[in-house]
Design a protein around this ligand. Structure first.
Ligand code: MN
Length: 256
């Protein structure tokens, strides 16, 4: 078994070290992670400059390889030239904070896993619901328990993409699990306008909105119950239901 592990919080984040420790004994592990915190970079690839890869130094990051790019860059470079052999599965995380509902569109954690999935490799993204790394070892144990069960029957022929959010609790590994759908958030809070020391206006993107659709069956609902949320994701953004209506309105040019 060959495992590729990436994240979006950067190679020095405690979450990726915990996930790597949790995966010990499963097989060969390659860790390839961004140099900087790249949260919120979604599926971005770096196309305007070359990427560098270096070996990390330090006890917690022994053997990690570091890319001065995005989470998707890490997995993309790994799969298209850096690794000698194709991994059997890709893990991403453990992220510092939830990736639920609309977050999944912006998340670098989900994107790193999705990059593997786009290459036909099964992938799982792991996040802790609350920021701050409380009960990180329990989250890592929860991740390992899920991984063991995913692998128990052998990997299915078709690749999959799972988005896992783990509550920050000491008993995370034994909490009930829910297979959920994505909820929805309200629009983000307004941008925060300040002035630079040189007097120019600067803008901070505001925080994400609160959950808007958080009913039973959603990832938000599971997290609110202190359960582990597991959402199977797909990549097709097509609005299949509205295609006939749009075809009726727009498929024929208006007569001049
Ligand atoms: Mn992050």
């Amino acid at each position: 078994m060959r495992i590729l592990i990436a994240n979006d919080d950067g190679y020095l984040a405690p979450g990726i070290a915990a996930l790597v420790r949790a995966c010990q004994g499963l097989g060969h592990i390659d860790v390839i992670a961004p140099e900087q915190n790249a949260s919120g970079t979604s599926n971005a690839l770096t196309l305007t400059r070359p990427l560098s890869v270096f070996e990390a130094r330090g006890e917690q990051v022994q053997g990690f390889r570091v890319v001065n790019g995005t989470p998707s860059d890490c997995v993309h470079v790994a799969l298209t030239g850096l690794l000698d052999q194709r991994p059997d599965i890709v893990f991403s995380g453990i992220n510092n904070g939830a990736n639920m509902g609309d977050d999944t569109l912006y998340s670098g954690t989900v994107a790193a896993a999705m990059e593997g999935f786009l290459f036909g490799i099964p992938a799982i993204a792991f996040s802790q619901v609350d920021k701050g790394w409380a009960h990180l070892d329990a989250a890592a144990a929860a991740a390992r328990a899920i991984i063991d069960q995913v692998l128990a029957d052998g990997l299915p022929a078709a690749p999959f993409l799972l988005n896992v959010n783990i509550p920050n609790r000491p008993d995370a590994a034994t909490r009930p699990r829910r297979v959920t759908r994505l909820g929805r958030r309200h629009a983000s809070e307004p941008v925060i306008r300040q002035h630079s020391p040189r007097g120019d206006p600067i803008y901070w993107i505001g925080p994400a909105g609160d959950a808007r659709e958080a009913g039973e069956g959603t990832d938000f609902h599971a997290a609110a119950q202190g359960e582990v949320s597991i959402t199977p994701l797909q990549v097709d953004l097509t609005d299949h239901a509205s295609r006939p209506a749009w075809a009726a309105r727009l498929a024929r040019p208006a007569p001049v």
